[in-house]
Design a protein around this ligand. Structure first.
Ligand code: C5P
Length: 241
């Protein structure tokens, strides 16, 4: 199974989701279930994807008071997903509480889901974080600062754009995971994303995992596009670490 490409199942329409899963039924995937799909189909979707042998990233980006995050993570850990996340801007106590909840909720004999912190969303631009969020740092420094905080709080890695991967690895070490959305195949539209990168650039920059949504779900032949991407990814080497 190629575990470095995570496919975003951003569907709220059951037929579209079924068509997509049917097309990929011979593949063992690493899929991302985000708010759109989870709020529509709930834990049953997770059970179903697991029964098909897929790995799961549950992308619900928790951000609340530590007690609420701890208790929610305890519930989510019982779903036995592989990867889960919180917003790093929730702070140290909240991230520590997330890990505590995951440890409490992980079924015995199973591994705790890896937990990563969202640094700055790939849809955010430097101008937006400066003007609207009053963050005085530039984008890279802000991402690195949130990555360091995530590491100190016991998280396993972060979500960022691929462009920030080299500085994150430098600050937090090679083994600290980087999961990078905002991936677009050459010629695809960026849509609401701002800090976008092609898969080959992301690999070159050292991304551990890329998250690909619309470049595959929106393509005329999703399976063919995925196969092409998998081949391209497998033949590339990191050069910048
Ligand atoms: O369609 P596209 O490839 O832009 O989808 C990216 C996916 O990754 C979406 O599901 C989005 O919610 C998610 N994501 C993101 N930026 C983050 C974290 C998650 O785009 N920082």
């Amino acid at each position: 199974m190629d575990t470095s490409i995570i496919l975003a199942l951003d569907y709220s329409n059951k037929e579209e989701l079924e068509t997509f899963l049917e097309e990929f039924k011979q593949e063992q995937l690493f899929v991302k279930v985000g708010m759109e799909a989870y709020f529509n189909y709930g834990p049953r979707l997770i059970e179903r994807l697991k029964s098909q042998g897929h790995k799961i990233f549950l992308d619900l980006k928790l951000h609340d008071i530590p007690n609420t995050v701890c208790k929610s993570m305890k519930v989510l850990a019982s779903l036995d997903v592989d990867l889960i996340n919180v917003h790093a801007s929730g702070g140290r106590k909240m991230m520590q509480a997330a890990i505590e909840g995951l440890e409490m909720g992980t079924p015995s004999g199973k591994k705790r889901p890896l937990c990563i912190g969202v640094t700055q969303l790939t849809s955010s631009s430097e101008e937006m974080i400066k003007k609207q969020l009053n963050i005085s740092m530039n984008m890279k420094d802000s991402v690195v600062s949130l990555a360091k905080l995530s590491k100190e709080s016991g998280l396993d890695g972060v979500v960022s754009s691929a462009m920030e991967v080299p500085v994150i690895k430098e600050a937090c070490g090679k083994r600290f995971l980087t999961v990078t959305p905002g991936i677009r195949l050459e010629g695809d539209l960026a849509g609401d994303q701002n800090r976008v990168c092609t898969p080959s650039k992301a690999k070159m920059l050292g991304s551990d995992y890329i998250v690909v949504g619309r470049s595959i779900t929106g393509s005329k032949r999703p399976l063919t596009t995925y196969e092409r991407l998998k081949k391209e990814w497998g033949s590339l080497h990191e050069v910048n670490r």
